[in-house]
Structure formats: C-alpha cells, structure tokens
Design a protein around this ligand. Sequence first.
Ligand code: UDP
Ligand code: MG
Length: 312
Amino acid sequence: MVSVVVPIYNEEELVVRFHEAVASALKGVVDDWEVVYVNDGSTDSSLELLKGLQAVDSHVVVVELSRNWGHMGAISAGLQTARGRAIILMDGDFQDPPEVLPQLIDAWREGAEVVVGVRRSRQESRKLLAFLFPMFYRVLGALADYPIPLNAGIFSLMDRKALDSVLAMREKNRYLPGLRAWVGYKNSIVYYDRNDRLGGEGKLSFISRIKYAMDAITSFSYKPLRLSFALMGFSTTVAMMLALCMALPTSAIVTAGFGVAASVFFMGGLLLLSIGILGEYIGRVYDEVRNRPLSLISQVHRSQVKIASQVG
Ligand code: UDP
Ligand code: MG
C-alpha cells in the first residue's frame, strides 16, 4: 500500500479538487492506496468536506486533531496514522503537484528508499518570501553540520523503513527535510516545478516560518553558538587597539567620550546577540525536557470495509 499524507488547514476551496487530482494521478499506478488527510483544527468547512469524501471513497482516511497545531504537528499525526509500505508527504494546495506522484512511486519501485522532491523552479507571488527562500537555503547550506538537500521541502516519498527511523526521533522542533536526509538510506531526487497555491491564502504566518527556519538551523548546526567565540576574538582585538591608542598623545578628549559610548553600545549588542542565540538553543532543550506531544489526535475516520479487508 502507498499512503499519501496531507495536512489541511482551512482549505475548503481546494480539498475536493485536490482529492480528485490525487486520485486520478494514482489511478493505474498503484492498486492499493490511501490518502490520510489531517484536519489541523480548520475553522471553515474543510472537515465536513473531508468527511464527505471519506463517506464515498474508501481510500480516504481523515485524522481530526484536537486543535490547530501547525504544519509539523499535523504532518507528524499523519505520518503516525499512515499504514503504507511507502509514504508520500505533500501539501494540500497544489504547490506540490499531484501529477508528480507517479514519478515518486516509480523511483521507489526502482529501489530508492527516500525520494526527495527538489524544486527546479518556484512560482511565488509573495515577494518577501520569494526573496527570503533562497537566502534561507544559502544560510542553511553554509551552516549545516550535515549535508541537507537544498530547495527541498516536505514533498517526498519515504519507504516504511526510512519513515520508521524518522518517527523514532522524538525531537520536538522538527525540520523534516533535515531529518529525512540525516537518516540516510538509498536516496533519489525527482525535480519538479513548484506552482503558486491554486486557491485561498497561504496559511503559515511569517513568525511560524521564522521559527521553522530557526528549527532547521539549530537542529542541524552548532555554528551559531560558536559565533560567540568569533565575537570574543573580535572585541578583544578592538580593545587592544584602543589600549594602544591611549598611549598616543592626543587632545581629542571630547570625542573619546563618544567613542566610549559607541563601544559600550556595540559590545552590548554583541553580548545580546550571543545571549539570543543561546536562548534559541536553550528554549529547544526546554521543549525536549517537557516532552509534550507534537499534536493530539481526537479521532480517526477510516472506512470499515478497508479495515475488514486488511484484517482478512
Ligand atoms: N497547514 C496546516 N496547519 C497550519 C498551517 C498550514 O496543516 O497551521 C497546511 C495547509 O493547509 C497546507 C500546508 O499545511 O496544506 C502548507 O501550508 P501553506 O500552503 O499555507 O504554506 P506555504 O506553502 O505558504 O509555505
Ligand atoms: Mg503552500
């Protein structure tokens, strides 16, 4: 069986069209498949529409979460519920194109255990994001202690073995593209053109994107912590140069006052930066210690016929 896991938050304009597209992409490619839709506490009619799909199509599984948990929380619940030998992960807004699904499945059948969808191009109508995405990948590429394929999001296929390894990592602030690379296994890449979302608004807030970017960097790099050492080297050098200047005969006592004030503020800035970086890591350690779940499932709607045939 092949499972497709899709997080859904307020996508009433798209869910029905999306399911039709996924179903027609899989038809003739796999016999046994399910689509696990995770309703991440939608406040529109998405859940009713999903339940409607589930009532008429036994391939549909609907996972209801207890509230809105965010993209990663929804994905984790879906991955835990999926029962396939291969599990595909994609967004429900057509940005990860359903017509690419057969290519992912072909690569898996040819022996790949992780098939990563890499964006050949990206249509992005939101200008700020279009500017920030390549910058993020450049920073991550430079900092990561482990090579992570760039320009790849969640869109991918994982073999059961790879998925179980990813799920065994219980870390709370997950950067899935990083974990998926970190577990290893036989990897393969499928290139695709990323479209703009087909309807509705983007659902992730700017703050949640920044947090996700910080998750990516903090969970795959210690380098920001080491920045403090570099800053220390820099400020010591400046201090020594200033000490040397004091030996020079000068009458510029007044401007020296400004100099002192500027360097106090400058040093303060560097110290706060170091503390801020430290805080990002310590906050995540705190999340681990509290060990709260990534999301809570309130109900799973699955076709009875399907379960009976599974048991038999
Ligand atoms: N999503 C979710 N929970 C949220 C926000 C988004 O499950 O709190 C879903 C959303 O319905 C979509 C996917 O996650 O299927 C990606 O969200 P979106 O398209 O808004 O992100 P973007 O493509 O703008 O990064
Ligand atoms: Mg999207």
